[in-house]
Design a protein around this ligand. Structure first.
Ligand code: HEC
Ligand code: HEC
Ligand code: HEC
Ligand code: HEC
Ligand code: HEC
Ligand code: HEC
Ligand code: HEC
Length: 407
């Protein structure tokens, strides 16, 4: 028979147990970044519009589980191999259990690894695989401009390399989180289960569990609580919220930028000299360094413009030239006496080609493309964010407009 006191003790003991059980079984698993994070799925309930639109963007899909749906290249016979010459080739194979890249020298397999994670998807896609606790890049990537497989960026053209390790830095820009194993431990690498793929809501907005809990408990409160308000930030804080990932490959953070959140100062992460000597546009690579390029433009220097002047990060805006032209026209017009000096010559065509002339696509020197199978090596082009006058581009666009008018 149970004494009253024992029953009481048992009940007391059950309290934490039930707490733990409800925590584990109330839907989503706990967030690997800790309980101050709520996870993107929880935002959907109150911010459906932002959520539904955001999950379509290149940010959200920048890293995904590799599958036939997230790999753009073909696995069909005849389209699924990259020929390196001298009897060496890599074949993309669906072996049933998984998708693989397999290297063959004169028909004999010399290396093989699975597609585990797919990165990118707009212009290029590159793939990572797990070996133990380490991540490596696969030798073959996919490039949209040529609609086909090509050697991964920076790889030597005539060699197949399965051993290029992926460092945290790469994942800091292309995922929301991964926890690194301590460098003094037995093994180097990452905690696989802690990986949060894609750039999620809290990667930009910061941990929001308190925000979610507060508004769930106080549904009538319409003022945002426990979340950073973008509008209240200084211009440099606004810029830093994007610059944390859009300052190019040369930026070397001294501590993990996974801890960076909207409202932080990037200097706290990268040290004061990080951007020293990087500021002249001709020496800047267009790839990924929109921050420095825009900052060097007159439009930026003479106004209070930031990335949000032209971009809404919740919306897929690619190729929406009319929308971007509208942004230019909000500051540049005949009425404000700062319109394009070519306007009289251009007529109505001006609105279509604003960006082609003043923010042209430029070839990256960081990413170069080596395709095989007799194809040319096309440049990897990125939209420059140094807004300026480009006489060469103007000539090309003028010739194009004239050609168009002739027909
Ligand atoms: C229970 C409802 C609720 C949930 C869940 C919720 N929010 Fe909110 N949130 C609000 C309310 C209410 C506001 C204030 C009104 C508005 O801006 O819509 C707000 C405002 C915001 C703002 C704008 C702040 C500003 O004024 O600049 C951001 C950013 C935000 N929430 C992010 C998130 C994120 C990220 C999540 C998921 C992790 C989330 N919210 C989940 C209720 C919620
Ligand atoms: C956590 C890192 C990170 C942050 C923070 C970030 N970006 Fe990005 N952004 C990326 C990556 C990575 C890509 C490339 C995505 C891809 O194509 O796989 C990208 C792509 C983009 C693109 C091109 C999208 C497209 O559809 O082709 C735009 C525009 C952009 N970012 C703007 C911004 C702005 C504005 C901010 C600040 C509000 C911002 N980003 C903050 C990492 C980030
Ligand atoms: C790449 C960074 C980035 C990501 C990722 C991101 N946001 Fe935002 N969000 C912003 C910025 C910047 C603003 C401020 C926009 C402005 O005021 O011009 C903003 C504003 C908001 C607002 C205020 C209302 C509005 O639409 O301006 C809400 C609510 C919000 N975000 C929710 C979310 C939710 C929910 C997610 C995930 C589904 C998300 N955000 C993902 C950068 C981001
Ligand atoms: C400092 C942040 C940063 C780092 C580090 C970084 N990237 Fe990126 N990456 C970006 C941004 C921003 C873009 C898109 C904008 C651009 O091309 O200018 C991008 C573009 C890409 C693209 C093309 C995406 C598309 O949709 O077309 C691929 C693929 C890619 N990166 C892979 C990688 C890999 C693999 C690594 C690590 C070995 C890496 N990146 C390191 C920020 C970064
Ligand atoms: C927030 C307002 C604003 C926006 C938006 C804006 N600009 Fe400007 N832009 C300016 C100002 C101010 C100047 C400096 C004018 C001067 O020198 O008198 C300028 C200068 C320029 C110049 C001359 C650059 C030089 O080096 O001489 C060009 C070209 C230009 N803008 C094109 C554009 C284009 C194209 C867009 C859209 C993609 C755009 N601007 C968006 C405000 C803006
Ligand atoms: C004056 C307007 C303007 C401002 C301000 C601006 N952008 Fe852009 N951005 C554009 C235009 C126009 C494109 C080209 C869109 C297209 O071709 O689909 C673009 C494209 C991009 C891309 C895709 C690059 C590519 O080659 O496809 C990224 C990444 C990007 N912007 C990031 C940023 C970041 C980060 C900031 C702030 C540092 C910023 N932008 C500020 C106008 C702007
Ligand atoms: C065919 C190429 C072309 C197109 C399209 C074009 N521009 Fe220009 N723009 C130029 C050139 C070239 C100059 C410099 C002309 C000169 O030095 O006399 C210029 C000059 C400018 C200036 C500097 C004016 C000044 O006072 O110095 C601004 C601002 C500008 N353009 C904005 C725009 C905007 C906004 C659009 C789109 C609505 C646009 N341009 C479309 C080629 C173009």
């Amino acid at each position: 028979m149970l004494k009253k006191r024992n029953l009481f003790l048992i009940l007391i003991a059950l309290v934490p147990l039930t707490f733990i059980l409800t925590q584990c079984f109330n839907g989503a698993p706990p967030d690997p970044r800790g309980e101050v994070y709520a996870g993107s799925a929880s935002c959907q309930k109150c911010h459906k519009a932002q959520y539904d639109s955001y999950i379509q963007t290149a940010h959200y899909t920048t890293s995904r589980q590799a599958s036939p749906h997230t790999i753009s290249g073909s696995f069909a016979k005849g389209l699924n191999s990259l020929d390196y010459g001298y009897g060496l080739k890599v074949v993309m194979e669906n072996r049933g259990d998984s998708l693989y890249q397999a290297a063959y020298q004169n028909g004999k397999q010399t290396g093989v690894a699975p597609f585990d994670i797919s990165i990118g998807g707009v212009k290029a896609e590159t793939y990572l695989y797990w070996k133990g606790k380490q991540l490596y890049e696969l030798p073959v990537s996919y490039f949209s401009t040529i609609h086909s497989w090509a050697n991964s960026p920076g790889y030597i053209p005539d060699r197949v390399n399965f051993n290029r390790p992926i460092l945290r830095k790469c994942l800091e820009c292309h995922t929301s989180y991964i926890s690194e194993l301590p460098p003094d431990g037995k093994e180097l690498g990452f905690e696989k289960a802690s990986l949060i793929m894609g750039i999620d809501c809290e990667r930009c907005h910061g941990p929001a569990a308190n925000h979610v809990n507060f508004h769930t408990d106080n549904p009538d409160e319409k003022k945002p609580k426990y979340i950073t308000t973008y509008k209240s930030l200084t211009r440099s804080q606004k810029m830093d919220a994007c610059a944390v990932c859009h300052s190019g490959n040369k930026m070397v953070p001294q501590k993990s930028t996974f801890d960076f959140q909207m409202g932080d100062t990037l200097n706290r992460f990268v040290g004061p000299d990080a951007f020293a000597g990087a500021a002249t546009p001709p020496t800047l690579d267009v790839h990924g360094n929109q921050n420095a390029l825009l900052s060097s433009s007159k439009c930026y220097i003479m106004t209070n413009m930031d990335c949000g002047t032209c971009h809404n990060p919740h919306v897929k805006q690619e190729q929406n030239i009319a929308l971007f032209t509208q942004k230019c026209l909000s500051c540049h017009s005949e009425a404000q006496h700062n319109f394009c000096t070519l306007a009289p010559k251009l007529g109505t065509a001006i609105n279509t080609y604003c960006i082609n002339c003043h923010m042209p696509q430029k070839a990256s020197h960081v990413i170069s493309l080596t395709a095989f199978n007799g194809k040319m090596n096309p440049p990897y082009e990125v939209r420059t964010h140094h807004i300026a006058i480009y006489p060469g581009e103007t000539k090309k666009v003028m010739a194009f407009i004239k050609g168009e008018k002739v027909k």
